[in-house]
Design a protein around this ligand. Structure first.
Ligand code: PMP
Ligand code: GLN
Length: 378
């Protein structure tokens, strides 16, 4: 038989899978894939345990368990003053990843263009391809990763339907300013675009402030906002996410999602309702702890002689290694036994990211210290 790969199978294994396997195989310190090496708040873990024991072990209702949908709506109101109806304007998903894929599948028609920032989180390119759409990247460059208004304008073709945004931004660690968000909002309004905004790092901000795109004038009615429990409560393996926004956009996500996975992760949904309702001190402690780790890693990278692009948010810091990042990462595993990720894999314009390398700092202080020591020695 001859098998012709479909348009998205060419994506192969994700860089995260590849690099984590490499770290595992070589015993290197894994600062590649972004996941914490410590558990989050005990109350959250206990809530999941309780949910398992209380018999919340069957399919969830398709939109998500009511307590979680109510907690998501309350979270949007508490932190941002956004009001959404838990029944019609909230959809629970298997992580933000499923929300992004379902949004693209549910909203795009084959041949549509999706404008996105590059470097972009890797599932965006695959999700856009699965929907039969085309990506139109707007390139961000160090040191400030600013959005160039002309590049944004040029990326918006007549076929553009969706603008897919991510702030705080992986892999750069940039937190978009109000001015930049206004630029994006103006473009959406002028060209009648739907905004899909990935805000999974919303509570991981160290400098500046996270501003949801949906809070800008005229944007609530055209913005689908996506987030998840993974980063905020250090439970990336729970894959409990959501999309909120106008009922029609949420319905599009729900329709696609029901045929991807239907509905589950039920005990984690119950735990998510407890987690989101925790006090401000829990949210603040997460950001405070990660700020220290960021500073620690950045100092270690600088001490190793690398040029560091200090991030304002997320789990990630980039360095400009001054040469080919892929070769640099390959050598780093050998010489320092540290795994990092060449940021160029997140760019279509590989030249723009050629010498950038991303390091994750969501690790215990002693792990970061040991990595810094090895980097300095190498
Ligand atoms: N978006 C971005 C920008 C991410 O970095 C991640 C983290 N893996 C995700 C989405 C996926 O989130 P989840 O694990 O909730 O699917
Ligand atoms: N978001 C994490 C990262 O960017 C992990 C993503 C994944 O493993 N798919 O490193």
């Amino acid at each position: 038989m001859t098998f012709t790969a479909s348009r998205w199978q060419g994506f192969g294994t994700t860089i995260f899978t590849e690099m984590s396997a490499l770290a595992e195989r070589t015993g290197a310190i894994n600062l590649g894939q972004g996941f914490p090496d410590e558990d989050g708040p005990a109350e959250v873990l206990e809530a999941a345990e309780r949910a398992l024991r209380d018999g919340h072990n069957q399919y969830a209702p398709l939109p998500g368990v009511p307590a979680l949908r109510e907690a998501i709506a309350a979270h949007q109101h508490r932190f941002y003053g956004i009001d959404v109806d838990p029944d019609r304007e909230v959809q629970v998903t298997f992580g933000a990843t499923e929300a992004i894929a379902a949004a693209l599948l549910g909203i795009c028609e084959p041949g549509d263009d999706v404008v996105c920032l590059e470097p972009y989180y890797d599932s965006y390119a695959a999700g856009i391809a699965m929907a039969g759409a085309n990506r139109r990247p707007v390139t961000l460059r160090p040191p400030d990763w600013a959005i160039d208004p002309e590049a944004l304008d040029a990326a918006i073709t007549r076929r553009a339907r969706v603008l897919l945004l991510n702030s705080p931004h992986n892999p750069t660690g940039k937190v978009l300013s109000r001015q930049e968000l206004e630029l994006i909002a103006d473009a959406c309004l002028e060209h009648d675009l739907i905004a899909i905004t990935d805000e999974v790092y919303e509570h991981l901000v160290y400098d500046g402030e996270h501003i949801p795109l949906a809070t800008l004038p005229g944007m609530a009615e055209r913005t689908l906002t996506i987030s998840s429990l993974g980063k905020t409560f250090s439970v990336t393996g729970w894959k409990t996410g959501w999309a909120t926004g106008p009922a029609a956009l949420v319905a599009a996500v729900r329709t696609a999602k029901q045929y991807l996975t239907f509905a589950g992760g039920t005990p984690f949904q119950h735990a998510g309702a407890v987690a989101l309702g925790l006090g401000d001190e829990v949210y603040d402690a997460l950001a405070a702890g990660l700020r220290v780790k960021r500073d620690h890693l950045c100092a270690g990278l600088e001490a190793a002689g690398l040029e560091v692009l200090k991030p304002a948010g997320t789990y990630f810091a980039n360095v400009d290694c001054g040469r080919d990042g892929v070769a640099f990462c390959r050598e780093l595993v050998e010489t320092a036994r540290v795994v990092a990720i060449p940021t160029s894999v997140f760019y279509d314009d590989e030249e723009a990211g050629r010498s950038l390398v991303r390091f994750a700092f969501c690790k215990r202080a002693e792990v970061i210290d040991e990595a810094a020591r090895r980097l300095a020695a190498a």
